[in-house]
Design a protein around this ligand. Sequence first.
Ligand code: PEP
Ligand code: MG
Length: 319
Amino acid sequence: RREVERAEAFEPAVTRDGREIEVAANIGDSSEARLAAESGADGVGLMRSEFLFLGRDTAPDEAEQCHEYQTSLTALGGKPVIIRTLDIGADKQLPYLRLPEVPNPALGVRGVRLWHDQPALLDTQLHALLGVVPLDALRIMVPMVSEVGELAWVRERLEAVAVERGLTERPRLGAMVEVPSAALCAANLAEQADFLSIGTNDLTQYALAMDREDPHLAARADVLHPGVLRLIQATVEGAAGRCPVGVCGAAAGDPLAASLLVAMGVDELSVEPARVAAIKASIRRLDAASLARELPDLLAMPDAASVRRRLAEIHESVS
Ligand code: PEP
Ligand code: MG
């Protein structure tokens, strides 16, 4: 049975009602890219580039970054690789950046917000990213976007760097949706983005005002809270087919949540490499259209526990 599941992990994941869902992998560095390729993932849905910058005294230079990005692309053999620009701040700090200490770092200068004060850091990263081949396998993703202007600004920087390098090709540029305002204004973002990817870890934290690091709240900070689900629905409806929408937070790797995300219209799930086979298998058991008919009832429920219970019942009744 394991052998069969392994072989099937390399096949596309298609729901019972015929929707093909891309199941990609989340990675931290190029050694994990190999794990992603071996897992059968259809690509990399999130490379957290900040891992390259952590635990050292200076930022990695362009050549070192480019080598790491290229190694990841090569490992995936032409499948799409989404590399997220540096997402520093909040829980992840770099000693050499000397960011001021603030009482609420999760609400402070992090992700894309950092670029206004440190444009050279972004330009170096963009140069390193644009040094990879083939550029059509590369996707660049911007974290912590709260309004479309931030993405437009990164696109301008990307364009300037591409012109400087004499490139004719441009990689796709997308935004993470992990701030409630971005979810609610997804239509604006979809005008500017080539793809969106919902970061359910931060989206849950910011929607419920529950610190994702706080162990006292861990059991209650549940992505299945109807308030979080409505933000996810707003994202999919806002994008309205203008650009693909994925999910790269931990919810994508939870079979119950993943089935609901697909029923809501998400096109891609990005999970830990070790979860690729199981998530593909659970997509193949799903009738997305019939679960979608339950959505109004699920979204009207009072809390995450009720949604989780109802979803589990539905799963049991069909398997
Ligand atoms: C998220 O916020 O869901 C996400 C995928 O990004 P990170 O966990 O790195 O903040
Ligand atoms: Mg995040």
